[in-house]
Every structure is written in structure tokens, then in C-alpha cells.
Design a protein around this ligand. Structure first.
Ligand SMILES: Cc1cc2nc3c(=O)[nH]c(=O)nc-3n(C[C@H](O)[C@H](O)[C@H](O)COP(=O)(O)OP(=O)(O)OC[C@H]3O[C@@H](n4cnc5c(N)ncnc54)[C@H](O)[C@@H]3O)c2cc1C
Length: 437
């Protein structure tokens, strides 16, 4: 008799429940803490998942077949007993699990502004991410997912859980001729990963060398530099849903990458913790040297000898001279996005300001250099005691020491208002604003 889906199953002797939606898809509800479930989504695209789904479908030893009614009763019984402990002082077992209280995020962010997270944990694998999510969900604690803290401005203390993603590791998924697919843990340092790729002859990311932060945050804003964006080498990412604990794989289309944008900064904001990212690299990837001053930087080497490592090194030298090192001067890189204008708006701007720095885009829009607008408006090098605008790079707001996030945000707003008044252009922050009222 053909099977009729969905099928309902339980793990014998435990409260874990399954719903099989077909031969290729299984949902698993695993009890966790009081009245909480971790929900895993299994696709039969990997061998262990295929074996699991078959075993559950056939109710092999260890699995019990349930009717839909039995399954509903079990689900409700557990969910009904929900009690929410409040956020507060940590118990001994929580400390043993790695939770900490009152952590100064100045040490974890490149702006270096003092702001305390009431609670903190580093998660080193998927299960630790799920446990941390369950902990914050049970307490209704606000969740702040942290990578390297190089793209955030903290406006105030964080009364909630700062979840630092510390999942490490690299794994080659597939090598075919020149193509190499590699999956990387979200907690790996981005620049370190670019260097590992180069050492192995896996090419395509070299123009993104020296961007601070972790691999897990790289899809958030589709990081880009020197003519290359993350999306050019992106294969997929896996993320854990904050509410349910379910693991989901997103391909490039599902991420909806744009200029410093992705679905994780818009419609899915705050819904996912990215745990690993897979890249499609190429031993023979063409060198990308047309952007910025790369060729000028490489001029002492014969062009025929240029390697991917040479390009990476050239970019590292250019970046080191252009951008302030956050270890010496607090900053989060470009504070604003470059605005992209429709052609007609750009023409009006160019008629009034013929020198305006700009880059035509493939979709017909024109990207205007926000740094040029800010510099022309007279903000470059401005000091406001504890903070200001970088002397060489008008797009970068800097923290000299002792500033608050609110003060830096005030400066950002003053710049945005002034640029709007002078050029009619709305600047948008690229940096994530955290804890702004
Ligand atoms: C000197 C300097 C130069 C820079 N140059 C560039 C550049 O050339 N190009 C460019 O694109 N960017 C640049 N940046 C910005 C920044 O380095 C990148 O955006 C980087 O990807 C941020 O990584 P992070 O780990 O520090 O993210 P964080 O600052 O820790 O987080 C950024 C956002 O992502 C979220 N997040 C972090 N990790 C995860 C995760 N695993 N799952 C879900 N959400 C997560 C956070 O909640 C936050 O909203 C620069 C920054 C600095 C300081």
C-alpha cells in the first residue's frame, strides 16, 4: 500500500517527534529545556540524512509510528508546560556552559566604544548555537549575534544575550578540474580564510583580502572591495533559525544579494544565525586588477608574472595606507553606503558638480562616491574631541577614545543632513546600528 504523507513518528523512549513530509524531507522536534523544542529540518541530499529519513519512514527499531492525533497530543503536552525563567544572575550550570555576565563589548568591536552586554556566550558548534538560542528565547532576552564586531555601532548597553559565533573549520566539498568548493565555519576570521584559500591555490577571493570580521557575517552585507563581491564566489550558506532552531540552507537567490545588502539585513533581519558559508573557487580564476590603484601598485612586476597572491598583497598595501587600522584607531570602515542614483538624477548632480566621483553600474544606475560628497561638504578630518571623520578617508568615522555610540550617531546624522541639504542626496549608513532607540 503506498504511504500517505505526512507520516508521524516518535523516538522510542524519548520525547523527540518527527514529521516526514515525503521521501526527501523530515522535520524533527527535539525537546530542550522547559517547554522548548529544537526543530531540525533534514533534506535527503546527504547520505546520513537519507538513512535517517528511511529509518524513520519505516519505523525501524528505535522509532515508533504515531497517528496524527497521538502526535498532536504529545506536542501539546510538552508545549503546555512552558515556564519562562527571567534573565538575571547566572546559575552555576549556566556559567559551566560558558555564559558570562556584564561583558564590555569595547573589546569585541572595532569601534571600541564601551557598552556592556548583560550576558555573553561563544557558541562553537550548531548545538551550542541552539542551546544559546533556547536560553535567550526562554528568558525573552534580546539577542545580538556577533562576529568580529567590525560593522556595528553600539548605541547603548545590551540588555540581553550577545551570542558570539565561534564555529571554526574548513572542509573541501568537491574538486572538479579547476573548480574547488569549500565550506567554512562562520567563526573563522575572514582575512585568514582568504589567505588559506590563496595558499591552497583556490582563487577568486583575493580582492577581498584584509576585510575585517568573520566569515559568518560576510553574506550579511555581501561584502565587497576592489571590483569583487562575496556573491561572485558564493555557493550557499547554512543558518539556524532563531525561533525554532531549524537549520536551513540558502543559495544565492534565497540570499537576494545586492550592493551591501542581503535578505539577512532586510526581510529576514534578526531571524537567523549563519553557521557556515560555502564558496565556489577556481584554480584558474582570472585576475581582477582593473579597479582602484591595483595596477599602479603592481607596476614594478612584469604583468605576465602577476599572481593572485600578488594582487592580494597589492590590495593589502593599498588598504593599509588608505584605511585606519582599528587596532590603532576605532572605526567600522565605511560608515555610509555609496548612493546609487537613477541616470536622470545623476545628470542633474553632475551638471551642478562636474567633478563628482562616480561609477556607472550594469543596471544603468550611477554609483556616487559618498566619500567625495562628504569631503566636498567639508567634513573630512573634522574632530569633535572624542570622535570625528578620518583625515584621509571621509567615509570613515573614527573614535579617538571616550565617545558614546549616540555621539557618533549624532555626527553621522549631521553629515547626512548636510549632504542632503547641499546635494539633495540621502546617505544611508552601511554600519549596523545596534540598540538605537
Ligand atoms: C577598517 C575596516 C575596513 C572595512 N572594509 C570593508 C570592505 O572593504 N568591504 C566591506 O564590505 N566591508 C568592509 N568593512 C565592514 C566589515 O568588515 C564587514 O561588513 C564584515 O563582514 C563584518 O564582519 P563582522 O564579523 O565583524 O560582523 P559584525 O560587525 O560582528 O556583525 C555585522 C552584522 O552581522 C550580524 N552577524 C554577524 N555574524 C553573524 C552570523 N554568524 N549570523 C547572523 N548574523 C550575524 C550582526 O548581528 C550585525 O548585524 C570594513 C570594516 C573595517 C573596520
Amino acid at each position: 500500500m503506498p504511504l500517505k504523507y505526512p507520516l508521524y513518528r516518535a523516538l522510542a523512549g524519548s520525547e523527540t517527534l518527527y514529521r516526514v513530509d515525503g521521501l526527501r524531507h523530515l522535520m524533527e522536534w527535539q525537546p530542550l529545556g522547559i517547554g522548548r523544542w529544537l526543530v531540525h529540518e533534514h533534506y535527503a541530499d546527504l547520505y546520513p540524512s537519507q538513512v535517517l529519513i528511511q529509518a524513520v519512514i519505516q519505523a525501524q527499531e528505535g522509532y515508533v509510528a504515531l497517528t496524527e492525533e497521538e502526535w498532536d497530543v504529545r506536542l501539546e503536552q510538552r508545549t503546555a508546560s512552558t515556564q519562562r525563567p527571567s534573565i538575571g544572575l547566572l546559575a552555576e550550570d549556566e556559567i559551566a556552559q560558558g555564559f558570562q555576565e556584564c561583558v564590555d563589548l569595547a573589546d569585541w568591536t572595532t569601534f571600541g566604544l564601551s557598552a556592556h552586554a548583560s550576558h555573553w556566550i561563544t557558541a562553537r558548534n550548531d548545538d551550542e548555537v541552539r542551546s544559546a538560542l533556547a536560553w535567550s528565547n526562554e528568558r525573552d532576552a534580546a539577542l545580538l549575534v556577533m562576529g568580529g564586531g567590525s560593522n556595528m555601532l553600539l548605541h547603548s548597553d545590551w540588555n540581553g544575550l550577545a551570542l558570539h559565533v565561534g564555529i571554526r573549520g574548513f572542509r573541501v566539498l568537491k574538486e572538479e578540474e579547476n573548480r574547488v568548493d569549500v565550506v567554512v565555519g562562520a567563526g573563522e576570521n575572514w582575512h585568514h580564510w582568504v589567505m588559506v584559500a590563496l595558499e591552497n591555490g583556490w582563487h577568486g577571493l583575493e580582492n577581498l583580502a584584509l576585510i575585517p570580521g568573520q566569515v559568518g557575517a560576510s553574506p550579511m552585507q555581501n561584502i565587497g572591495a576592489y571590483g569583487v563581491e562575496l556573491k561572485d564566489r558564493f555557493l550557499w550558506l547554512e543558518a539556524i533559525e532563531v525561533q525554532s532552531g531549524a537549520l536551513k540552507r540558502f543559495d544565492g537567490a534565497a540570499c537576494a544579494f545586492g550592493y551591501r545588502e542581503s535578505v539577512f539585513k532586510s526581510s529576514e533581519k534578526g531571524e537567523w544565525v549563519i553557521v557556515r558559508v560555502a564558496f565556489a573557487l577556481d584554480r584558474e580564476a582570472p585576475l581582477q586588477t582593473s579597479y582602484g590603484a591595483i595596477q599602479q601598485e603592481l607596476k614594478d612586476l612584469p604583468e605576465s608574472s602577476w599572481t593572485h597572491l600578488d594582487v592580494a598583497k597589492a590590495i593589502m598595501r593599498i588598504r593599509s595606507t588608505k584605511l585606519p587600522d582599528p587596532k590603532e584607531l576605532g572605526n567600522a570602515g565605511s560608515f555610509f553606503k555609496n548612493p546609487v542614483l537613477p541616470a536622470a538624477d545623476f545628470e542633474r548632480l553632475q551638471n551642478a558638480h562636474p567633478q563628482v566621483a562616480h561609477y556607472p553600474q550594469s543596471d544603468g544606475g550611477i554609483k556616487v562616491a559618498a566619500g567625495w560628497l562628504i569631503e566636498q561638504a567639508g567634513w573630512k578630518g573634522l574632530h569633535r574631541g572624542t570622535h570625528g571623520v578620518h583625515e584621509n578617508q571621509a567615509l570613515v568615522l573614527v573614535h579617538y577614545g571616550g565617545a558614546t555610540g549616540a555621539e557618533i550617531w549624532q555626527l553621522a546624522q549631521d553629515i547626512m543632513n548636510d549632504v542632503h541639504a547641499k546635494y539633495g542626496i540621502h546617505l544611508e549608513p552601511e554600519v549596523n546600528q545596534i540598540g538605537r532607540n
